[in-house]
Design a protein around this ligand. Sequence first.
Ligand code: NAD
Length: 370
Amino acid sequence: MEDVFGFADDLGPTKIIHVYEPSAGLKAVLVVDNVAKGPAIGGVRMAPDVSTEECIRLARAMTLKNAAAGLPHGGGKVVLYGDPKMPKEEKEHLIRALANSLRDIREYIFAPDMGTDEECMAWVKDEIGRVVALPREVGGIPLDEIGATGWGLSHVTDVAIEYCDFKLEGAKVVVQGFGAVGKHTARFLDRKRAVLVGAADSQGAIHNPEGLDVDALIELKKAGRSVADYPDGNKLDRDAVIDIECDIWIPAARPDVIHEDNVGRLKARLVIEGANIPLTHGAEKYLHNRGMICVPDFIANAGGVICAAMEYQGAGEAAAFKTIEEKLRRNTRQVLEEAKGKQIPPREAAVHLAVQRVKKAMSYRRWLVF
Ligand code: NAD
């Protein structure tokens, strides 16, 4: 048995629920970290090798992200043991069983994460109703299709530029990862007249210092091909995307891609974290010590969860986009102002902002039960 209390602090977690139904093949853990700001939103992560510890850390990350985004929601997470690529019928059975087993835990709202998607959320809605990120046909806003997170990242970049000595118009951008987050970020920045000079996906990278055609790259991905198949540029190995000279480098793929051993290779002036934990804390500190701004993940990539929270309130796409823009511009400015004033890394300022908001919300509550 893991010593889960070793992870507890004055924010949480408030509940850790282990779900085990051998007859349904169901093994899962729900961590509700903190609900002072409202019922927790956080995704269901499905994989064979998840753990309670991972769930606790991810739930805390959601508490901070939701608080920083100014949402009336706390943070939580579910890990579900299993192969996400199992036959669809089996997966549906498992997700429905999971939803039922957590039917009465009203302080947790289901959402998708790695291994689950909007279809899984539709099954949850059918069982218990308490869920976000649904398919359009049942009232959802398809946030990956419309690029909610990329929209947010483009506004975060626009504000962060004010703290740099160059303009967004004509700035050279490199995006690592050309999926839901990366391609839409590239598209929205292209509209703001930034120039995409490098892009990578899991199969390779492409570089052209004169600029890449973002729409053509998106078409390539739609056709199931790689950005490296783009004809007018230099094909590179996937990880060589780190070495491309640019003004703005945007990780939008995997965790820990920049660490102490390779951070010195980055030739950028601004990093905007689209992926979750793409830089180790050591790498972020290295950049800070060299005067480079790095906007942390839970500030920069909150567009998706803001969209999900808006969907839960019954809002439409246009209202969701407007709210993402307003909240992320305000938060980015607040974090970068504090970081500048106190000469601290933006992550430190962001954590401070989020924890203060959670503690303030906690001070209004007598007892945190729904
Ligand atoms: P996705 O699966 O749609 O796209 C991932 C992209 O990264 C793909 O193009 C893939 O080929 C590429 N990739 C994978 N490994 C790579 C590597 N080693 N080098 C270069 N490219 C690589 O995923 P997504 O939804 O775009 O999410 C990307 C990241 O952003 C994840 O860390 C995710 O947790 C985070 N995130 C996503 C959202 C969202 O709204 N989708 C919100 C917040 C954070």
